[in-house]
Design a protein around this ligand. Sequence first.
Ligand SMILES: Cc1cc2nc3c(=O)[nH]c(=O)nc-3n(C[C@H](O)[C@H](O)[C@H](O)COP(=O)(O)OP(=O)(O)OC[C@H]3O[C@@H](n4cnc5c(N)ncnc54)[C@H](O)[C@@H]3O)c2cc1C
Length: 367
Amino acid sequence: MGELLADHTTLRLGGPAHQFLTHTDPAAWPDVARSATGEGTAPFVLGGGSNTLAEDAGYPGTVIRMATRGATVRPLGDDLVEVVAQAGEPLSALVAFAVDQRLSGIEYLGGIPGTTGAAPVQNTGAYGQQISDTLTRVTAFDWHLERIVELRTAECGFGYRASAFKSQPGRWTILDITVCLTRSSSAAPVAYQHLADSLAVGLGARPPLAEAAQAVITDREQRGLALPDSGPDARQAGSVFLNPVITPVQAAAIRCADGPVHRDQSGSLRASAGWLLERCDYRPGGRIGPGVYCSTARTLTLTARESATATAFTSALRQLAAAVFEAYGIRLRPEPVRPGPSRGSSDGPGGPSHRGGAAGTDAFAPA
Ligand SMILES: Cc1cc2nc3c(=O)[nH]c(=O)nc-3n(C[C@H](O)[C@H](O)[C@H](O)COP(=O)(O)OP(=O)(O)OC[C@H]3O[C@@H](n4cnc5c(N)ncnc54)[C@H](O)[C@@H]3O)c2cc1C
């Protein structure tokens, strides 16, 4: 039997890959790419598996796990530096390195599981900061052109938890990313009210870098946003739904019910997916289906327990999305990616995959 995807995803779900390759040496990429080509299905690229819902049947093609490590710093003049990080470097390690070196710009991304190479895919973000704020360049293998390319930020199609990498699944494998950071012992301006409250500062304040980074880690642990090593919440992929785009009429109805509504960077109104689920009577710790529960800390995170399967997990997502659609007419889109035939993504920019696709997300609501 091939390598089980369950052994490489934080949900610990997923059957065998037809072929499983681990990429550890940047110089050996051409060999890895050559070994992965010739299959009918586009390779699926795996980082830390913390945003992946692999199928029980596994993956019929090649899975490439990105395990290249390390980051290098290049001074740019004045107080700016470029940090080039290998795709397999854990994002949390990159953040800790930057804070340790007194480099500001990614300090609010600490404690997010997964790799640096996956961060541009969903434009990973938290506490008012996202990787696209500082990312200047991505080096990627373009499976369409069959060569290594460099993409500048403007070519990455970034949006709220969206990018060209997400909307054209299987087209690019990110080999390294470059972020531009500022030499400073102060953090970037606080843009998230909850963080401002826990640091006892106002929005826009620039608290000491190390203190701000630690406040984020502590807050994540307290609010069930960290990945525990053990216990009922250990098998999870974080939030299971994106905060959905809503119409002004829906926003008015939610505000009337004291619900939170915010504008994303593109100006779209978004509701809180967690709030919508709680209005549909789902609660932390509640059982949704066989082996599938809301995490004990928050409704928006689903956890897998002993008997869970990927099929049961997917059914649970459908059940939650259907309840919200029935109550509010709002479609929820799952955040974790499912390796498999392309399901496209209308929540982000870009077009369809070039060759059948290697992953996708879909709206789990009645058509
Ligand atoms: C406890 C917990 C908390 C979380 N909190 C947050 C949060 O605050 N904010 C947030 O945005 N996310 C959060 N997440 C989700 C997840 O951690 C992030 O999205 C993370 O960036 C995914 O990294 P990964 O390496 O695990 O990705 P994976 O799950 O391995 O992959 C995710 C997607 O990226 C693609 N991919 C991975 N590596 C590459 C590469 N090198 N090139 C091309 N494509 C690639 C995969 O094919 C897949 O489509 C959380 C998850 C957990 C479990």
